[in-house]
Design a protein around this ligand. Structure first.
Ligand SMILES: [Zn+2]
Length: 175
């Protein structure tokens, strides 16, 4: 897989406060993910929709070990510009944004890596694409209208949920 070289978008820093309850909810989900995912570095990302955008993992943060400062608010995205508060959001912020835009019922999105399962599950697939690319964001947005679980070829998986429990249920069946 392509080596991680940082984010590929332009960050526009804002100063919107992050709701404490939303942040705690985000960190609580990350903690439960420990049951299913063994992360090594910064792979994968989680986001949760909020009333003024979505919360997402900080770029470089390690899933299942996130702390307060790893939770970033993305308010909106316009082309390559990502408007955010709290730090640099995940390199896949644009993918999460496209999924929420295309699938209004989506409330929570998990992207994770599990190399040994790549190509082995009977899933909808997109790609392969370069990480953080516009092509990946658009394709993920399109496929999410029909499939709540799909594979990014030679890369990883995406689960789109209406609730955190939906995400955990899917993880239980595939991990
Ligand atoms: Zn990934």
């Amino acid at each position: 897989m392509e080596k991680y070289r940082g984010v590929k978008f332009e960050m526009v820093e804002e100063q919107f406060p992050i709701d404490k309850k939303d942040r705690l909810k985000f960190l609580a989900v990350d903690k439960v993910l420990k049951k299913f995912l063994k992360t090594k570095k910064n792979e994968g990302n989680l986001s949760i929709k909020t009333k003024n955008g979505f919360l997402i993992k900080r770029a470089g943060g390690q899933m299942t070990k996130l702390t307060k400062n790893d939770v970033i608010l993305v308010r909106k995205i316009s082309g390559r510009k990502v408007f955010c508060s709290g730090g640099m959001p995940s390199s896949e912020s644009r993918m999460h944004y496209e999924i929420y835009k295309n699938t209004p019922a989506a409330k929570i999105i998990l992207h994770f890596h599990r190399d040994e399962l790549l190509g082995k599950l009977p899933l909808a697939r997109v790609g392969p694409f370069s990480y953080g690319s516009t092509a990946l964001a658009k394709a993920a947005g399109r496929v999410s209208k029909k499939y709540s679980l799909f594979e990014i070829l030679r890369h990883g998986f995406v689960i789109v949920g209406k609730s955190k429990n939906e995400i955990f249920e899917v993880l239980k069946t595939i991990c």
